[in-house]
Structures are given as structure tokens and as C-alpha cells.
Design a protein around this ligand. Structure first.
Ligand SMILES: C[S@@+](CC[C@H](N)C(=O)[O-])C[C@H]1O[C@@H](n2cnc3c(N)ncnc32)[C@H](O)[C@@H]1O
Length: 476
């Protein structure tokens, strides 16, 4: 027997019984776990997004209530925790994970997640997983699954971490990365942005590892945040005057969302778009022209378009991907927004003609990992180089499209320094643009750091980790 499995830290009454494989036993009816397992398979085999696949499966199979909640917890949780689960499974299996059939590994991850991170009794976690495997892979593999999960069940998460995580003093980033189930390179990027490898890094990764609230924005001019909160049962967002936060639920089912009076949008995104509209821009023109240079799928275009409509301005929205440009058109149907399917680096719009330009650039999305359960394991450090090149080019284009005296907001949903201050430093040097203290345009928000840029954080603000810089093009 493996030495590390001799002492169990799990209470005896919570240990799973030894199971004998019985080929004739029919698989248990378990729609929640089956939906979670099918979601993991879709993520693995077709690079699907768990948070798109699962709601569809739940709808198609009419899974609701507690079963839907369980499926969601298991599917998203197992996606998020994959790195930690794999480390533990590797210790408990007598064959490398890379040699396993993908569907068996999915099931093991699902079982391991239940054992380490839920209150589901161990015997139920193991038995239900074994039943799922038996139904598709047969009794021999079911027996293997049973053995591996019994090994996992001998310790709880704390005990496994004590055994497997690097020492916190010697390797704090490795320690926190495993503890909060993040790839090391992402934990390092967070540490560099925070300037901390201790408690604050732990808090940031922990916040990123937990289930986020749903944030809504009430469309200005259509509905107030008070009304939206009353209709949805949500709470007023602490910082955005248009925001509401909800603990739970399918936002697509909410009446204000169905009637296009509100949309789903992280409060951090709302605040970055609002910051751009709050900067003073002197102009002689009767109506201001605003530009959203990377608009798809249109969340910020909707907020900008609604605010522009109220102030007599218009918005041009540029999006390179045809299907995403269509989404912007649909989202902004009633608003003073003109959508252009074009490359933001050369969109064919007149230079020097926009009062306000938003560059919500394509990025690694490291700031929104909590909303995309599998993303942290799909992203690679090599993605950063290509993205920063594109980000630099888009910001350069924005600084040509804005008129002298106008303002550009450079926004990314990532705290990675290469994507934030790295991109910005070069753009400022090349263009001579003046950096504004962006903190002034995020009023009444605590913990915004030394400026001039704003980096929001889930653990500090409850928002995604959005970065926002404001640049003014010199007048003369
Ligand atoms: C971070 S997303 C923007 C999110 C959007 N502002 C919102 O709030 O819904 C970046 C968008 O930029 C688009 N994009 C990528 N390269 C582009 C380019 N060269 N020109 C314009 N848009 C581009 C992507 O297709 C993606 O839709």
C-alpha cells in the first residue's frame, strides 16, 4: 500500500464502503452528475465553455431545482479545481493520468471534487461516480475508479494540501497556486500585479476560486438600479449607480433582462465604461462622437449607447468578428450606436474625430477566471505575447482616432502587467498622450492603489480584476 495512504484523516464513518463490481447492477438515475460529467466531456473534447454548455444541458433535460444546483456546483467546481484534483488523483492512481481514457479521467475529477470540496458523504461521492463509469466503461474500469477514489477519500482537502503543496515560506507562489487551484504562471502574474506573495495573493486567488455573484446593469433611461433590484430581489451594487448584484439564479430568466431593460455585466466593466464618460472633454461640436473600438459582444456598447442617447452623443462600435458584430447590433438595436464590422487597427473611420474612445482590448481574461470555470487551465503563458502585440496596435489606433483634447480609456480584463502597464508605457511614449489619474473617475471606491491607473480586484471590490487607464491626447 502506498505509504501516504496508511493514515486516514477522514473520519471512519465518512469513509466509503468497499464496493464489489456487479456488472448486472443498473446505473443509478443521476441526472445532475450525468449533466456535470457531460459538461466536463464537452470542455475536454471540443474546447467548449462550461458556462454555456451546462445551462443548455439543464434546459434540454429539464433539470431544475436542487439537481440543477448540484450539477452546477459539480461541473464548475471540477473545472476550476482541475489542477488540484489531478495532483491528488495522480498520487492515488497506479497509472499516469495521461494514459487514462479522457472520460474516465473526467469521472475521477468529478468524484475527487465531491470528496475534497463538497459535503457530499464520501460513500455517496464514490458510489455515484462508480455507477456513472460502470454505465459507460464497464465493470473493470468501474473497479479501478472505485480504488482510486477510495484512496482520495482517505484524506480531506486540508490533509492533501499539507502533503502535496510546496512549503509556504520557500515557495509561496507554488503553495498558493495549488491551494487555490490555479496554474503557477497565473498565480505569479497575480503576485506581480499585487506586489505581494503572502496574504493578499492568497485572498486574490481564493476570491477567484469561489463562485461569483451575477452582476446586472440597468440600462440608463430605461430602468433605475432601484427598480431593477426590487424586481429581481438583488442588492444595489456598491459602486456603480446602475448596478445590481444577485447571489443566484439564471439571469436569462429575469423579466428585465428578457425585456432588454437590463443586461448581465460585471460591475467592474460598468465602472470602466462609466469612467470614460465622466472625464471632462471640451468640445464645440453640437453632439459628441464616442467610439467603442473592440465592441463585441456589446456589453459596454449598450451602456455607452444608453448614456450617449441621454446626453445627445452618438457611438460608433467596431468589432472584427462577424458573429460578434451581429451580437452588438442586436444588443444596441434601440440605441444611437452604429456598428462597423472592421479591424480596430484600421477601421476606416476618420482620424482625430472622436471625443471619447474605449479600447476594451482582447486579453487573456485572467481577471474574469471566476466566471469561466475552465479558462485558467486552457490559457497558456504563450498567449500573452500575441495579445500584447494586438493590444499595443489597437491602443495606438485609438490614439489616432481620438481628437486632440479627447480621451481614450484602455481597459483589459486582466491584471497581467504585460497587458496593463506594459502596453500602456509604450503607447504613452510613442503618442505623447497624457495619463490622467483614473482613480478620480472611480468615485468613492476604496483600495485603488497609488494610481494613476486603476486595477480592480475580486477580493477588494467584488468585481472582476479589470484594469483601466485614461489617456488624454494633447490639444496642440
Ligand atoms: C474584451 S472583448 C470586448 C468586450 C466588449 N467591450 C463588451 O463589453 O461586451 C474584445 C473584443 O475585441 C474583438 N477584437 C479582436 N481583435 C480585434 C480587432 N483587431 N479589431 C476589433 N475588434 C477586435 C474580439 O472579437 C472581442 O469581441
Amino acid at each position: 500500500m502506498n505509504e501516504r495512504r496508511k493514515h486516514s484523516s477522514r473520519p471512519a464513518h465518512n469513509r466509503p464502503p468497499r464496493r464489489r463490481s456487479s456488472p448486472s447492477a443498473p446505473p443509478a438515475e443521476d441526472p445532475a452528475r450525468q449533466a456535470a460529467l457531460d459538461t466536463l466531456a464537452a470542455v475536454r473534447t471540443r474546447d467548449a465553455y462550461a458556462n454555456l454548455v451546462l445551462p443548455d444541458l439543464l434546459r434540454q433535460r429539464r433539470i431544475t431545482g436542487r439537481d440543477a444546483a448540484l450539477a452546477t456546483e459539480l461541473a464548475y467546481g471540477a473545472c476550476r479545481a482541475r489542477g488540484l484534483l489531478d495532483e491528488v488523483l495522480a498520487v492515488c492512481s497506479d497509472r499516469p493520468l495521461s494514459d487514462m481514457d479522457g472520460s474516465v479521467l473526467d469521472a475521477l475529477r468529478l468524484g475527487c471534487y465531491q470528496l475534497l470540496r463538497t459535503r457530499i458523504p464520501a460513500h455517496a461521492a464514490v458510489a455515484s461516480t462508480v455507477d456513472l463509469v460502470r454505465a459507460t466503461a464497464g465493470s473493470r474500469i468501474a473497479g479501478f475508479t472505485n480504488a482510486v477514489l477510495r484512496g482520495v477519500s482517505e484524506k480531506d482537502e486540508v490533509a492533501w494540501l499539507a502533503e502535496l503543496a510546496p512549503d509556504r515560506e520557500q515557495d509561496p507562489i507554488g503553495h498558493h497556486a495549488l491551494r487555490y487551484a490555479h496554474p503557477r504562471w497565473i498565480a505569479r502574474a497575480f503576485a506581480e500585479a499585487l506586489g505581494d506573495t503572502g496574504d493578499e495573493l492568497a485572498a486574490a486567488l481564493a476570491a477567484d476560486d469561489s463562485r461569483p455573484q451575477v452582476h446586472l446593469v440597468a440600462k440608463p433611461g430605461e430602468m433605475s438600479a432601484d427598480e431593477l433590484a426590487a424586481v429581481t430581489g438583488g442588492d444595489l451594487a456598491p459602486y456603480s449607480p446602475y448596478g445590481v448584484r444577485l447571489d443566484d439564479g439564471d439571469p436569462g430568466e429575469l423579466e428585465p433582462v428578457r425585456e432588454h431593460l437590463a443586461i448581465v455585466q460585471d460591475e467592474g466593466s460598468q465602472l470602466c465604461a462609466l469612467a470614460l464618460t465622466r472625464v471632462d472633454v471640451e468640445t464645440d461640436a453640437a453632439e459628441q462622437r464616442w467610439l467603442d473600438l473592440c465592441a463585441g459582444p456589446g456589453g459596454k456598447s449598450v451602456l455607452l449607447g444608453a448614456l450617449a442617447g441621454l446626453s445627445g452623443a452618438t457611438v460608433d462600435a467596431v468589432e472584427k468578428a462577424a458573429h460578434r458584430a451581429r451580437l452588438v447590433r442586436t444588443a444596441c438595436a434601440e440605441l444611437p450606436v452604429t456598428v462597423h464590422e472592421a479591424d480596430g487597427r484600421d477601421p476606416g473611420l476618420p482620424a482625430g474625430s472622436f471625443d471619447r474612445v474605449l479600447v476594451d482590448a482582447p486579453c487573456t481574461g485572467l481577471g474574469a477566471l471566476r466566471r469561466r470555470p475552465e479558462a485558467r487551465w486552457r490559457r497558456q503563458p504563450t498567449d500573452v505575447g500575441d495579445l500584447t502585440r494586438l493590444q499595443r496596435e489597437l491602443l495606438g489606433s485609438a490614439l489616432e482616432l481620438v481628437r486632440p483634447g479627447g480621451v481614450v480609456a484602455y481597459v483589459v480584463c486582466s491584471p497581467h502587467l504585460a497587458e496593463t502597464t506594459g502596453v500602456l508605457a509604450e503607447a504613452v511614449r510613442r503618442s505623447g498622450a497624457r495619463q490622467l489619474d483614473a482613480r478620480e473617475y472611480f468615485p468613492a471606491m476604496p483600495d485603488l492603489g497609488p494610481g494613476p491607473n486603476v486595477q480592480l480586484w475580486p477580493h477588494r471590490h467584488g468585481t472582476d480584476a479589470m484594469f483601466c487607464a485614461l489617456l488624454r491626447r494633447p490639444s496642440g
